[in-house]
Structures are given as C-alpha cells and as structure tokens.
Design a protein around this ligand. Sequence first.
Ligand code: CUA
Length: 364
Amino acid sequence: MRTCRLWSYRIANPVAHFPSLAWCVPRSASRLRRGHHACRGAVVVSILLLAACSGPQSALDPAGRGAERIADLFWWMTAGAILIWLTVVSLAVYVMRARPEPHSPRRAALLIIGGGAVLPTVILAALLAYGLALLPELLTLPPAGSLHIAVSAEQWWWRVRYLPSGGHGEAIELANEIRLPVGARVAFHLESPDVIHSFWIPALGGKMDMIPGRQTRLALEPTRTGVFRGACAEYCGTSHALMSFDVVVLEQADFARWLEHQQAPAQPPVQPLAVHGQELFLANGCGACHTVRGTPADGVVGPDLTHVGSRLSLGAATLSNDPEAFQRWIANTDHVKPGVHMPAFGMLPPEDVRALAAYLDALQ
Ligand code: CUA
C-alpha cells in the first residue's frame, strides 16, 4: 500500500519526479508550434519509411507463402506495439493533464497494474501464440516429387545445384542465381564448406543458417513471378556484403525451358574474338578452378561458368553482366571483391582480357 501511495503521488506530480517527461508538457505557443512541426516531420518520415517497404529485397513486399505469413506477423506485432505505446502514453497524459490531482491508492494501483502490466502481458502473449501458430506452416517440407535445390555458401558466392528428381540423373550445377517455378513448393538443402553463412530471400520467406558440417533445410513457395534478390544474412568475412544472388520466379513452362537449357553443355563460340578467348581460357589454366561443360575445363573450386553469360549479374550480384564487367572482374578481382580467392589476371595484355570477356559473355 505504501508503494502504491508513493506512486499515486508521483503520478499526480510527474514532471517533478520524472524531469525527462517535461518535454511532453507544452507550456507556450512556440512550444506547441514546435510540437506541430515535429508531428509533420514524423508523418513525412513514416511515409518515406513505408515507401521503402517495397522492392526486390523487401520482406514487407512478399512474393512467397512464407514471406506473406512473416509480413502478417510483422504488421500484427507493429499494431501490438502501437497499442501498448498508446496505452502507456494515454495514461501518462491522463494523469498529467486530465486528472492532475492526487489519485486514490486503489485507482493508482489499477492504472499501474492494468495499463503497465496486464495489458502488455495480454498483448504480448497473444502475439507469441500467433507467432508460434505460424511455425508449422513455415516449416512444412514440400511433398515428394518436388523440386530440390542444394545451395552451398562459399566465401563469397553461392554454389547452386538442381538435384535430379527421384534421385535419377545428374545434378545441374550453377552459381549465384536461382530460378524457381511459381506456385510450387521447393526444398532447399543448405550447407557451407567454410564458415557460417545465412541464406535469405526476404521476398520469399524466412532465413536459414548454413553451418559447416551440417545440412539445414528450408522450403519456399513463390506466389508471383518476378526478379528478387537474395543475400547472406550472417557476417562471414571481408566480402560478406558482396555476396548476394538473383532469384527469378518464372511460369512453370518458362522454368522447364530454362532448366533444360541450363542442363545442356556450352555452345562452342562462333565470333573470332570469343574463339581466341576460349583458347586463352584453357591455356591460362582457368579450367583448373572453373567448369565449362562441353570443354576440357572441369575445375570445381570456383563457380561453374557453363552458362555464365545468361546470368543477370556477375561476382555474386556485384557487377552487371556485360563484356566490360567481365574485363573488370578478370583484371581486378581483388578490388571488386576484397579477399576473394580468385587471383586477379591484371598481368594479361588488355587484348587477352578482352578476348576472355568475349568468350565468357558468349557462354549463353
Ligand atoms: Cu556469407 Cu555473409
């Protein structure tokens, strides 16, 4: 009771006991004006923040079943937080402005326990129950016969393998780009040979850690076509921020055509510059690290380059995909991506780098 009486006195004289509350007691016209300006500023900032919710890498602009649930949870949590905040601020205003006289101990206890403890507990418990209820749907693995994709996070790129359906045939290895059929639930098998990375396509669903020595699973189900962006969500070394990938969601028929094309070996180059580039590629030992199916190049250290020219970007979404970007990458690898394992080939004559770029660009 003694505590309640003390608090009742404090609630009645808040500014004297909590000087930090002084800002919210307007005393003059100029202070009121300042308050209005602050309000207008807050509205502008809110609009700008909400405008940033859209885009290819936004969890609040969902394009997948899991992301939709997560976005719903985010908005319910935001609503809960606003409700708690409004209640607490309303109580503060009530005791300072509407009823500044001392309250009875019983009334003070009601305000403090009701508004400060019971209401937040009820709201947070409801949000916890709602969040837990979403888990089974988010964790459900796809039915048998679904598409399975193994992704291995390397420093600092993504090895992507489309696993054969039913375990027959060979996996198709690609890099730094994932294409998915719309409306199908896809199983991801995630692993890492070096350090912990985290696989995240915010527009499609939640993130999942990739832990050396373990395989983690994730299921995603895109609900609309489009180009999205995935990222590594766990600090994994110098070029962690230069480790993204493109995600293209296609209609089922387009996806089947694309996968069939990716499965095919590389077409031999036709243009003289590209033909010379292929000779240089093999002569300079590029094939010790990279595979180009249909040629003697069969290295497995770096990304598979069989159809590298058809990808949307280079260097794990670091550069656009065009001959100039290939030249920049080959000659200045370590500047484009600090710490990268591939050595820079800046010692090659510029015309050789141009020929190599023409060859890689022709690998459509
Ligand atoms: Cu890989 Cu951060």
